[in-house]
Design a protein around this ligand. Structure first.
Ligand SMILES: Cc1ncc(C[n+]2csc(CCOP(=O)(O)OP(=O)(O)O)c2C)c(N)n1
Length: 339
């Protein structure tokens, strides 16, 4: 697979529309973290992990299924076409959110975009749902794939192993991506993952396993593209270990005293957004003025959507316990521009 990934890397590195889309997705994710983090102490920031979001949720087919990691789920939903105001309304449980105020939006993505949420709050089942959707795609011969993104802690759950094993046995088109930020709350991956590297587990499942620099959006996108192509061609699942780092706390309220400050500083210096920005500037695909304008526009859009969401109504007490919690569909008054 390494040769195919290198070829794909060269193609991705000069794919201007894709790179611009990925860069915008990464910037949007960071703005969402800023805005949501200041409104909600329970917010789980994906700061420093945006290359995974860009590589996994951009450039998919509409009929592909996506089971995002909860850390970055709002940015994933935005990249898939969801409405930002409705997503942000979910943070504080407003009636206009996709779950109509019944669940937090950083764990429950809208199903309209073929996004699978962390419905029960339990980590692990999303991999099983991804395997299930890939089985449906195989039976339908649609060529659609499923992409499941999960943390290093989640990768050691029993149902995660079952999902990967079943996908391997049935030869299903699932791209399993471990958003390996090296911590599960306060447990370092070195203590929570009983393998030298998560990619090494691929051999045990009988599938391709590959470790990629998870802060290099281009390299990671190349690996994801090769895995998607394999899935569409009926060559079965792939396990990608996207090695990154959680530079913030587990959630906003976590000061993360269990971490080494030098490690945090070293990983902050490897910022994935700065890295892609440098590539775009060097390749002549972006200039300083364009970058500043893009950042300013995204900041304004996120702040405007946040202000609208903050002013949206609470769900009515008499309706909160009725209807389906995760049903999609429209909500009166919830549509319109995010700005
Ligand atoms: C089955 C299950 N066990 C425990 C939890 C509590 N929990 C929430 S987040 C978290 C850490 C998950 O770590 P990881 O999968 O590495 O993702 P990260 O938070 O690092 O992105 C835990 C243990 C849960 N939600 N579900």
């Amino acid at each position: 697979m390494t040769g195919a990934i290198e070829q794909a890397r060269q193609r991705v590195a000069s794919d201007a529309p894709l790179l611009r889309r990925m860069y915008e997705t990464m910037l949007a994710s960071r703005e969402i973290d800023r805005a949501a983090g200041s409104a909600d102490g329970h917010w789980h920031a994906a700061e420093g992990e945006e290359a995974v979001i860009a590589a996994c949720y951009c450039g998919l087919r509409d009929d592909d299924w996506v089971a995002p990691h909860y850390r970055g789920m709002v940015a994933a939903a935005l990249a898939r076409g969801a409405d930002l105001r409705r997503l942000l309304a979910g943070i504080t449980g407003k009636a206009t959110s996709y779950s109509r105020g019944r669940y937090r939006s950083d764990v429950c993505a809208p199903i309209e975009q073929r996004l699978i949420g962390l419905y029960s709050g339990a980590l692990g089942p999303t991999l099983e749902y991804a395997t299930g959707t890939a089985l449906a795609a195989k039976l339908d011969r649609s060529g659609a794939v499923a992409i499941a993104v999960f943390g290093d802690g989640t990768s050691s759950r029993g149902n995660a192993h079952e999902a990967i094993n079943l996908a391997a046995v049935l030869g299903l088109g699932v791209v399993f991506v471990c958003q390996n930020n090296q911590f599960a709350i306060s447990t370092p991956a070195a203590r929570g993952v009983g393998a030298r590297a998560i990619a090494d587990r691929g051999a045990a499942y009988g599938i391709e396993g590959v470790a990629v620099d998870g802060n290099d959006a281009i390299a990671l996108r190349a690996a994801v593209e090769v895995a998607i192509a394999r899935g569409r061609a009926g060559d079965g699942p792939t396990l990608i270990d996207a090695q990154t780092y959680r530079v913030a706390g587990h959630l906003v309220a976590d000061p993360a005293p269990y971490r080494n400050a030098d490690d945090v500083a070293a990983w902050r210096a490897r910022d994935p957004i700065a890295r892609l920005r440098n590539h775009l500037l060097t390749a002549g695909l972006l200039d300083e003025a364009g970058d500043a304008a893009l950042r300013e526009r995204l900041r304004r859009e996120v702040d405007a959507a946040m202000a609208l969401a903050a002013a949206d109504p609470e769900p009515a007490a008499e309706t909160i316990g009725t209807g389906e919690v995760f049903a999609g569909g429209s909500v009166a008054g919830a549509h319109g521009s995010t700005t």
